[in-house]
Design a protein around this ligand. Structure first.
Ligand code: ASP
Length: 343
């Protein structure tokens, strides 16, 4: 008998699985039998589908690296049993989780597709049904018995994006994510059209899970008028090891002496400063303007077109690995999981 493609759906929490408590009127998580009630077509898909529910379920605003470790651990444990994984997750921090998982999984050769919804499944107009069905279809898709999307990706509304290239940009529209610097891996219409040239190729090596994540990292978003006190207090945070510096345009920052001094002192103390742009599309080009030339000279590392979500997850991963400083810096500049394009 032909064995069916096996998919594991992991529910972590978020709007997609919430139902309105008739007594209190607030949203609470459902159990999985309920999923079949709302998407009966799942039973008709010719796959073997199993479920795993996290306990406790979390609104993704409560997502933490310790939870990513748990999630990665489940996928690692079930990796041989299933052909693909669908992770139901709140959309608010989905891009962070997708980025983190992408770094945690080295040699991933199976699909890990994150999805969710803007409206809970029990609402008539919920976008969750289509998102889940499309994600299962993508997680199961194979060509010549090889997964078509062997990477961590986000499937939302009509697109499949590389997980570590996405940002949530809309809190209301069903089209909630964008990938400003990398083309969609697939477009979902009457057919699911895969952009095979942009999808990672499998390497058939054994999965390796990196589960030591460094928490002592922070994001510093620049704005006109940012004060010396605010910058210095962040950079002087006890035990802080790395800062994602969200700069203007192509990687530019103020040239005030106090600002450059504060960064230089932090770098001299051993801190890593990773320069990412606040723009949703485009790349950091250190040295293009005088406003980034000083940064480059003092040792700020340019992140090219990496997203902030991906940059913070990458730093957690790299620092967790305990590499020497030169190696961390070299890897910050490289694409490890397709998260950046060097110009
Ligand atoms: N607050 C919810 C969450 O991120 C929103 C959603 O699921 O889309 O968990």
């Amino acid at each position: 008998m032909e064995s069916k493609t096996a998919i594991l759906i992991i529910y972590t929490g978020g709007t997609v699985g919430m139902i309105k408590d008739p007594e209190t009127g607030s949203l609470k998580p459902f159990n999985f039998e309920y999923l079949f009630q709302h998407i009966p077509v799942l039973e008709r898909m010719n796959y073997h589908i199993d479920y795993h529910t996290f306990d406790p379920l979390v609104d993704s605003s409560n997502m933490k690296p310790s939870f990513w470790v748990k999630l990665a651990g489940i996928i690692e444990e079930k990796y041989e049993e299933y052909d693909g994984f669908v992770v139901l997750h709140g959309s608010d921090t989905m891009a962070y989780t997708a980025s983190a998982l992408s770094f945690m999984f080295e040699n991933l050769n199976k699909p890990v597709i994150l999805t969710g919804a803007q409206l809970p499944l029990d609402l008539v107009r919920s976008d969750g049904r289509d998102n889940i069905i499309n994600s299962v279809e993508i997680a199961a898709a194979k060509k010549d018995d090889i997964a078509i999307v062997p990477e961590v990706a986000i499937c939302f509304e009509n697109y499949l994006y590389r997980g570590n290239r996405t940002s949530k940009f809309n809190a209301e529209h069903f089209e909630a994510f964008l990938s400003g610097n990398y083309p969609a891996l697939a477009e979902v219409g009457v057919k699911i059209k895969y952009n095979r040239n942009y999808i990672q190729k499998p390497n058939f090596k054994k999965l390796k899970v990196h589960d030591k994540l460094e928490n002592n990292v922070a994001i510093l978003k620049l704005f006109p008028g940012i004060t010396q006190c605010a910058v210095e207090s962040l950079l002087n945070t006890q035990d802080l090891k790395a800062v994602i510096l969200e700069t203007f345009g192509s990687g530019n920052a103020p040239t005030d002496g106090w600002f450059l001094d504060a960064l230089k002192k932090a770098i001299d103390r051993g801190m890593y400063i990773y320069n990412v742009t606040q723009c949703k599309s485009g790349t950091v080009e250190m040295g293009l303007y005088e406003t980034s030339a000083d940064l480059e000279k003092m040792g700020v590392i340019g992140g090219y077109d990496i997203t902030t979500e991906s940059a913070i997850a990458k730093m957690m991963y790299l620092l967790g690995e305990g590499y020497k400083r030169e190696k961390v810096i070299a890897l910050m500049r490289e694409s490890l999981r397709g998260e950046l394009t060097k110009q």
